[in-house]
Structure formats: structure tokens, C-alpha cells
Write a protein that binds this ligand. Structure first.
Ligand SMILES: NC(=O)c1ccc[n+]([C@@H]2O[C@H](COP(=O)([O-])OP(=O)(O)OC[C@H]3O[C@@H](n4cnc5c(N)ncnc54)[C@H](OP(=O)(O)O)[C@@H]3O)[C@@H](O)[C@H]2O)c1
Length: 290
């Protein structure tokens, strides 16, 4: 059987980069990694041309407009990248019978929940980024019946900008740091999600035909304060980390207070195993250590 072609977008970002790092472990898949230079998501023609020239068997869509606060003012750009482009990708994938795996966010929920959100729980995004991603989910599911949406949360890794790297920098610079303790959710180490996505591709190759919306993050639900405290302790830094109510740290975009995700279906349908957030954080910190 010949190898399958897999397009991955956003190779310069955390998740796309993590998939590229792992790609050598999947010898039956031929990868085509893209970023804005190869396929500009703000340009419909660029998307159509690229997919028509490189018809894939699988399309893993990691690229997105991810500047959550800026999205409140750059609404057209967020909409073009997170919604319109996803619809076009889904349509083009449908034409060549390619399966689409598109990544979405916990920010599609309003955060008023008290138990982990199920994939088909009611959505009600609090900010424009979440709204644009929700429109992207809808466009993908409507345009390509073979779509899998994977919602994730609090993504970090050694590459790119993220909470873990920002905390490490600030904790080295300052004696004291205040971090919000009334927003809870689950961190996701991008290489863990990357492995889950590639394992799902292999499952699909082997005849698994599940589709629809799924959730993935590391195991365990914590606050940003808990996360910062663990970063400090595992890195043996001396900075004093203090809890802060989010009311004292206003941001242009509202964040959900609760964004725990129920991940039962990705485990049962695709045989994905979850790692505890602290174990994965430790791996990342070891890889980041000089
Ligand atoms: N980061 C999080 O905490 C988080 C949480 C929940 C869900 N997610 C979702 O998870 C997925 C992966 O996120 P991530 O953290 O890997 O994002 P990221 O690190 O911000 O990377 C985003 C990627 O998208 C690319 N991109 C932006 N505009 C583009 C355009 N016009 N054309 C082509 N490519 C473009 C970026 O390229 P440039 O670098 O060249 O701009 C970058 O490679 C996204 O769907 C995101 O919405 C992320």
C-alpha cells in the first residue's frame, strides 16, 4: 500500500512544529508542512491552489489567528483566518476526498460550567477569538462530512510563545508574581496533542471511521496560579507566586472561568491515552533547561 499524503498547516506554530518533530515516527505518512508562505489563509485562491496542486489524503489544520486579545479589534482578520479559511479548506478537502482534522478551542464555551464540557454541550463563546473559531468549526463540519474537530486548551511547548515560557522568564526577572487563580482548565503539552492527532490518522487509515467533535488536553483541572506554582517548583525558582482574582487583571477579551473538557470520547473512539499535566510539564521543562 502506498504512503498517504498529509498536509499540516501552521508549521511555524506550537502544534505544527510539534507534529513536524514527531513526523519521522510515522513512516507510512508523507508530510507536506505549510505556513503563510506556502498557503496564505487570508487568500481563498492561495488555499484552493495549494490543495489542488497537492491533493492530500489527510489535512491537519493547526494554523489559526491565535491573538486572543487582539482579535477583539482585528475582527475581520480573525474571521478570515479562523472561519472563512476553514470553510474553504473543508470544501477543497471534500472535493479530493481528504479527511480534515481541524483544531479548535475551549473558548467556544462560556465558562459557566461546573463539570468538564462534553463535545456536544451548548457553545456560547465569550470573546471574538472563540466566536471566530466556533464559526470555523461549523463551516468545517458543514462543508466536509469527514471532518474531525479537536478542541484543546492552554497549549504550550518548548517552541513559540506561551504561558510556561513567559512564567519562566518573569520568575527569573522578578521576586514576586501574581497569577489569576479563578480561571480553571487543563494545560495541553503540544507534543502530546501532536501524537494524539497522528495516532488518530493511523486509526483512520486502519478503518476507524469516527468523526465529529472531540476534546483533548492533558489530564487534571487546575488554575493558572496552580500552573505557575508548578512551573516555579519544578524549575526550583525562588520567585514568590501569589494568587490574583481575574477582576484585578482586566484584558480586552473575556476568558472563561471554567474550561474543563471531557475527553472520554477521544479515548474510547480513538484509543488515545492521556498524560497527567504535571508529568508533561516536567518533560517540557527538562527540554527547555539549558
Ligand atoms: N495556544 C493555545 O493556547 C490554544 C488554545 C486552544 C486552542 N488552540 C488552537 O490550537 C491550534 C494550534 O495553536 P498553536 O498554539 O500552535 O498556534 P500558534 O503557535 O499561534 O501558531 C499559529 C500558526 O498559524 C499561522 N498563521 C497565522 N496566520 C496565518 C495565515 N494568514 N496564513 C497561514 N498561516 C497563518 C502562524 O504563522 P506565523 O507564525 O507565520 O504567523 C503560526 O504558524 C490553533 O487552531 C489554535 O486556535 C490554541
Amino acid at each position: 500500500m502506498s504512503n498517504k499524503k498529509v498536509i499540516v498547516t501552521g508549521v511555524g506554530g506550537q502544534l505544527g512544529w510539534s507534529i513536524k518533530q514527531l513526523s519521522g515516527q510515522y513512516p507510512t505518512l508523507d508530510f507536506v508542512f505549510t505556513d503563510v508562505a506556502e498557503m496564505d489563509l487570508t487568500k481563498q485562491d492561495s488555499i484552493k491552489h495549494f490543495i489542488q496542486q497537492n491533493p492530500p489524503d489527510y489535512f491537519i489544520h493547526c494554523a489559526a489567528y491565535t491573538a486572543v486579545d487582539k482579535a477583539e479589534t482585528e475582527k475581520d482578520l480573525a474571521l478570515a483566518i479562523n472561519a472563512t479559511a476553514v470553510g474553504t479548506i473543508a470544501e477543497e478537502c471534500a472535493k479530493v476526498d481528504a479527511k480534515l482534522i481541524a483544531i479548535s478551542t475551549d473558548y467556544v464555551f462560556d465558562g459557566n460550567g461546573t463539570k468538564p464540557y462534553l463535545p456536544y454541550d451548548e457553545t456560547d463563546p465569550l470573546n471574538y477569538y472563540g466566536y471566530s473559531k466556533w464559526l470555523g468549526e461549523k463551516a468545517a463540519l458543514e462543508s466536509n462530512p469527514q471532518t474531525i474537530i479537536i478542541r484543546t486548551s492552554w497549549v504550550y511547548c518548548e517552541h513559540g510563545s506561551n504561558f510556561v515560557k513567559t512564567m519562566l522568564r518573569l520568575m527569573k526577572e522578578r521576586d514576586e508574581l501574581k497569577v489569576v487563580d479563578d480561571q480553571v482548565g487543563s494545560p495541553t503539552y503540544a507534543p502530546d496533542l501532536a501524537k494524539a492527532i497522528l495516532d488518530i490518522v493511523i486509526e483512520l487509515e486502519n478503518g476507524n471511521n469516527h468523526k465529529g467533535i472531540y476534546h483533548f488536553s492533558n489530564d487534571g483541572i487546575i488554575s493558572w496560579f496552580d500552573f505557575a506554582t508548578a512551573i516555579k517548583e519544578l524549575s526550583s525558582l525562588n520567585c514568590h507566586v501569589l494568587p490574583l482574582p481575574s477582576a484585578a487583571y482586566p484584558t480586552p477579551a473575556k476568558r472563561p472561568a471554567y474550561s474543563g473538557l471531557n475527553k472520554d470520547s477521544i479515548q474510547s473512539d480513538f484509543h488515545i491515552q492521556l498524560k497527567h499535566w504535571k508529568l508533561s510539564l516536567q518533560v517540557c521543562l527538562e527540554r527547555l533547561a539549558p
